[in-house]
Design a binder for this molecule. Structure first.
Ligand SMILES: [Zn+2]
Length: 137
């Protein structure tokens, strides 16, 4: 007679009776392990760890029905749900994008000079002031 641990039934029972909202994955893992090991009343045989409740005689059931859900795809739940809420849709929005200060002409043209007569900003190679017309020498 082979007995198997029905991990799927155990995980579903745990998740339906415990809120994972304020838990981290590490906490959930530890709490689940401790929960499985809690002493409970077993029918007829006194007390024993809870996981004994999920031991079933293997017969008729396929292994896949007994194994825990081992889907590895990441679906945020519990405490991390909020962190990933709408993560795809709101990745780089205009609100979260860093605001770049527009570069002005002075920044783009650092090699400038100023009119010797009126102080107007001129290009480095300007020969006459674009404002007052004074010759730059
Ligand atoms: Zn000038």
């Amino acid at each position: 007679m082979t007995k198997v641990f029905n991990g799927r039934s155990a995980t579903e029972e745990y998740m339906s009776t415990h809120s994972l909202t304020f838990s981290t994955p590490e906490m959930t893992l530890r709490k689940f392990a401790l929960w499985l090991g809690e002493q409970v009343n077993l029918a007829g045989t006194g007390q024993g760890p809870r996981l004994l409740l999920y031991l079933e005689e293997k017969g008729g059931k396929k292994d896949s029905e007994l194994a825990p859900d081992t889907d590895d795809s990441f679906r945020p739940s519990g405490a991390v749900t909020d962190m990933y809420k709408g993560a795809e849709s709101s990745m780089p929005t205009e609100e979260t994008a860093p605001q770049l200060t527009p570069l002005n002409r002075e920044t783009l043209e650092p090699e400038g000079k100023f009119c010797i007569s009126c102080g107007n900003k001129l290009k480095i190679n300007a020969r006459f002031c674009t404002k007052c017309g004074s010759a730059q020498s």
